[in-house]
Ligand binder design. Structure first.
Ligand code: NDP
Length: 333
């Protein structure tokens, strides 16, 4: 049984020696366990993040431990009532290994989708498809006519996300590396445009392809590409932070705040302006008025005297030399 074991934490790009292929006898299943022969191992950008000793959505892979990965396999030997030889299964926590003994509770059955190849289970109708489908339908929620930009658009998730968004009526622009990938997006997948980030200026291309700005960003890359999209987002736009692959091999921590936390902690980051609520002032007063009158809500004002004090008073906001809501009293009440 050959298993890839994490020997050292990669610095930057993954290098020879970070992982070691270790041979051992094929393990035997004990009571309630199942011996699984791996058929497919899914390689995902996030695998790289699991090798770092940093806080993520899963604990890091331990040094000396088998590398974690999503796998699809077949039961070869079972000491569980729930699984029989021949069952197709996906371990909840798979390994980069040819064989694995898995406790029955750590295993779920899967089935071929009709005549589709088994690879569909680990791609378009597996985690990749789930990411694209729910990222678009639950997070981005495109409305007909909206412009959506997708980075790493020719990749597994991006290419599917774009097609789903098209089916929901969005105008979809993909960002990908190289003319062939870009041609695939527009000529075969029906994207409305593509930006070849390796051969053209992303910002200029977005200005050309998104003359009315960008309503939705399905972000897979981060860094400079996200920055170019970011500065072209429209009012009430949405950014689905799916992945930040450009940072996964970074040798230094990103500048704060680290957007990775938006993903790992499923943060809902939303800007808002009070201007959007002016029509609802009565709602606020109805609930807060009684709190203020009864003293149940504390409030303070800091009043400076005379219009001439305004510029100096303004500076107080940036030094904190004021106590409560800062006002200038210009004349008598
Ligand atoms: P892909 O098939 O998209 O492969 C990654 C692609 O990213 C590459 O083909 C490459 O495309 C592009 N890429 C890599 N490095 C850079 C870079 N520095 N700048 C720009 N593009 C780069 O992989 P997946 O579809 O599996 O994953 C895509 C993204 O989705 C990743 O960020 C991943 O972490 C994220 N993801 C998130 C999930 C979630 O639950 N939130 C689940 C699954 C994936 P090109 O040739 O165009 O450069």
């Amino acid at each position: 049984n050959r298993t890839w074991v994490l020997r050292q934490r990669p610095v930057g790009d993954l290098k020879d020696g970070d992982l070691e292929l270790v041979e051992s006898p094929i393990p035997e299943a004990g009571a309630g366990e199942v011996l699984v022969r791996t058929i497919y191992l899914s390689l995902d950008p996030t695998n790289r993040t699991w090798m770092n000793d940093t806080e993520g959505y899963l604990p890091p892979v331990g040094l000396g431990d088998p590398m974690r990965g999503l796998t699809l396999g077949v039961v070869e030997h079972s000491k569980s009532e729930r699984f029989s030889p021949g069952d197709l299964v996906m371990p909840v926590s798979g390994q980069w290994a040819e064989w694995a003994v898995v406790p029955e509770k750590g295993l779920r059955k899967t089935q071929k989708f009709g005549d589709l190849p088994l690879t569909a289970n680990l791609s378009v109708l597996g985690m990749t498809g789930m990411t694209a489908y729910f990222g678009v339908t639950d997070v981005c929620r495109p409305k007909a006519g909206e412009t959506m930009v997708i980075s790493a658009a020719a990749g597994a998730v991006g290419s599917i996300a774009g097609q789903i968004a098209k089916k929901r009526g969005a105008r979809v622009i993909g960002i990908a590396g190289g003319p062939d990938k870009c041609a695939w997006l527009t000529d075969e997948l029906g994207f409305d445009g593509a930006v070849d980030y390796k051969n053209e200026d992303v910002g200029q291309a977005l200005d050309r392809l998104c003359p009315d700005g960008i309503d939705i960003d399905f972000e897979n890359v981060g860094g400079d590409i996200m920055s170019a999209v970011w500065s072209r987002m429209n009012v009430f736009g949405r950014i689905a932070v799916c992945g930040l692959i450009s940072a996964y091999n970074a040798t230094s921590a990103p500048r704060a705040p680290n957007f990775a936390r938006i993903i790992t902690h499923r943060l809902n980051v939303r800007g808002f302006l009070v201007l959007d609520y002016v029509g609802r002032a009565a709602e606020m007063a109805a609930e807060m008025g009684p709190w203020v009158i009864s003293g149940g809500l504390k409030w303070k004002v800091h009043v400076e005297e005379g219009i001439e004090t305004a510029p100096d008073a303004l500076k107080r906001l940036f030094t904190g030399r004021h106590d409560g809501k800062l006002l200038v009293k210009v004349s008598e009440e």
